[in-house]
Design a protein around this ligand. Structure first.
Ligand code: DC
Length: 244
């Protein structure tokens, strides 16, 4: 008779001591909300690396307006820190909270340019790596599985059809179903953004590709949580059932 299977396998720790789940993919592929939810299910903290690029952009605009140059961006980085909260790490500005500021349309317009600056990329990567020093994290971005944590414990690359990404983004923004004309406009903008961010948006060779076009968010989360269990013995924590 075979031995009974234990209720869950032990977590496999790597040399870093903390576990890292990397979720990469293009704009509006649902990375951040999925990562946040996965982190909650696993009892990890969520780090949104895109939020740091946005924070750097927001501070540069506050200092010099939309015509800011690279030295202005670099000079503003000292004013931003990545603070641990209960379930996430969030960029905080010396002048206060940044949550709304980093989602402003002018930040979205300029963030791809800031994300091309080497000094900013090094600053973001250092902050994200520091966050993972003391605790288990789910990190989302574009190059987490390739550059920031090439040794991540689990790597996922999310994709979705551009039309569906545009439809989801507009529904979230306006709280109603968008028209076909609105989706067509937004699809155009997303495809342009994909092109601007293409250099760093790279699927790691050992990442698992998930096409979310026909998946609900709960299904995406479940797939990643199960992959974490299968590959690393990382199970969900008690009391963290997904919201319906
Ligand atoms: O995911 P997002 O829209 O918040 O990302 C904002 C910008 O930052 C976008 O231009 C892509 C860039 N980015 C990046 O280059 N590398 C990352 N790891 C995360 C985001």
């Amino acid at each position: 008779m075979s031995a009974p299977t234990p209720p869950s396998s032990p977590r496999v720790r790597n040399a870093r001591g903390s576990l890292v789940v990397a979720i990469d993919g293009p704009a509006a592929s649902g990375k951040s909300s999925t990562a946040q939810w996965v982190a909650q299910r696993l009892g990890f903290r969520h780090v949104d690396s895109g939020a740091l690029y946005r924070a750097a952009t927001a501070v540069a605009i506050a200092r010099a307006g939309e015509e800011f140059d690279e030295p202005t961006v670099l000079a503003g980085l000292d004013e931003i820190s990545l603070r641990p909260a209960q379930q996430s790490f969030t960029p905080t500005w010396r002048r206060g909270e940044m949550e709304e500021l980093i989602r402003a349309p002018e930040v979205t317009r300029h963030v791809s340019r800031v994300a091309q600056m080497d000094g900013v990329r090094q600053w973001v990567n250092a902050h994200v790596r520091m966050a993972a020093e003391g605790c288990d994290v789910v990190v989302d971005g574009r190059d987490i599985g390739t550059v920031v944590f090439p040794d991540a414990d689990l790597k996922v690359f999310l994709i979705a059809d551009p039309w569906e990404r545009a439809r989801r983004r507009l529904t979230q923004r306006h709280g109603r179903g968008p028209t076909d004309a609105e989706i067509a406009d937004e699809t155009e903008r997303l495809v342009q953004r994909d092109a601007r961010d293409a250099t760093q948006t790279v699927q790691a060779k050992d990442a698992i590709l998930i096409d979310t076009t026909y998946l609900t968010q709960a299904e995406q989360v479940e797939r990643i949580v199960s992959l974490a269990g299968v590959f690393r013995g990382i199970g969900p924590v008690n009391g963290s059932e997904p919201r319906s």
